[in-house]
Design a protein around this ligand. Structure first.
Ligand code: FES
Ligand SMILES: [Fe+2]
Length: 357
């Protein structure tokens, strides 16, 4: 495990961007303690159905807003009221904007300081997302649009929660350009490979056989939308798309999730047989990801890479990744250092570059 500072990524410990923080169906009206970006937060579903993410500690006396089972506030069902959450200790209540909207015993006005930080939350594609920015700016790009989501020929993913890895997300990001692991780890016969960096997007295009997934001829267009959301469109025995998300928990600890959507073979509305096939293919995709995961769980940090000819452009991807760890004002200059297509010595690039969505 190594830290952002040890990798020399930039002045901000945690990156700016959209990040997955949970699975939609797991979030209900019982507030949950969650921890990302080195901070404790609470996540709950208000009575309107809206998701709320707040810093965890009450400004009154520091009580954790979620971690309680014995207070009468909780036992009487007053923990979440409307879209607000009530502190178990003295029953101050906070709205989804984080401001105290009731202090039951106060004489006079509620002070301005009676608030906790509220984080933006979005719920899409079965996942819960937040925007994290050390400079507190609004999002400068959107969550990726998953264009096949509303098409009935596609079977939705069920998200695999892979838990935490004792490694910095840098080690996961390296995978986007790691052409030389594809054959030994995944059994791929790589026939072409290239990367492209464009603003907050990093793309990998590759094709060849893949022993873990299908054995058959196979091509993938894979891309990061910002630092934490990876999608891969695969063409092979099925049309499918992978989602892999990773979010910093601590400096050097990362939470990861995996999902796979599959299109029915007929291209028509998915049947029970298509759903069963999709579940099987998701399991195979998870097994392929587990091949990377096993390495990440035990490797030492690659603070520098002993790069040889035939390796992918690790140095370029690492520069691309720095844009998220530095003030937003520097992002464009960092992007400009790596913008464009990068190929690997001895391998052709993609025959027909497909754009990321
Ligand atoms: S500590 Fe939260 S209301 Fe007192
Ligand atoms: Fe891999």
């Amino acid at each position: 495990m190594a830290t952002t500072a040890e990798y020399g990524l930039g002045s901000q410990t945690y990156p700016r961007g959209w990040f997955m923080i949970g699975i939609s169906e797991n979030v209900g009206a019982t507030p949950q303690a969650v921890r990302y970006f080195g901070r404790d937060m609470v996540l709950y579903r208000g009575r309107s159905g809206r998701l709320v993410l707040l810093d965890a500690y009450c400004p009154h006396m520091g009580t954790h807003l979620a971690k309680n089972t014995t207070s009468w506030v909780v036992r009487d069902g007053k923990h979440v009221e409307g879209d607000s959450i009530r502190c178990p200790y003295h029953a101050w209540r906070f709205g989804p904007d984080g401001k105290a909207d009731e202090i039951p015993y106060i004489k006079g006005k509620i002070p301005e300081a009676a608030c906790v930080r509220s984080w933006p939350v979005q719920e899409r594609y079965g996942c819960v997302w937040t925007w994290h920015d050390p400079e507190n700016g609004a999002p400068d790009y959107d969550l990726p649009a998953i264009t096949d989501w509303d098409d009935p020929s596609w079977v939705h993913w069920t998200i695999d929660d892979l838990g935490t890895l004792p490694c910095h997300p840098q080690e996961i990001i390296d995978n986007i350009c790691d052409v030389s692991h594809l054959s030994p780890i995944h059994g791929s016969t790589v026939e072409y490979f290239e990367n492209e960096f464009d603003g907050h997007t990093a793309i990998q295009r590759q094709g060849g056989g893949h022993r873990t997934l299908s054995g058959a001829e196979f091509s993938t267009d894979t891309w990061y939308t910002g630092p934490g959301i990876l999608q891969s469109k695969m063409k092979g025995s099925y049309n499918s798309r992978i989602l892999i998300c990773h979010t910093p928990v601590e400096d050097g600890v990362t939470h990861a999730w995996h999902g796979l959507m599959v299109q029915s073979v007929s291209g028509k509305a998915a049947t029970d047989a298509d759903i069963a096939a999709a579940r099987g293919f998701q399991a195979a995709s998870l097994a392929a990801f587990a091949q990377d995961f096993e390495v990440w769980q035990t490797k030492r940090a690659a603070l520098s890479i002993l790069q040889v000819q035939g390796d992918g452009p690790f140095n370029k991807a690492r520069i691309w990744y720095k844009q998220f760890y530095n003030p937003r004002a520097q992002a464009k200059a960092i992007q400009d250092r790596v913008r464009g297509v990068h190929t690997v010595a001895g391998l052709p690039g993609a025959p027909q570059p497909a754009a990321a969505e």
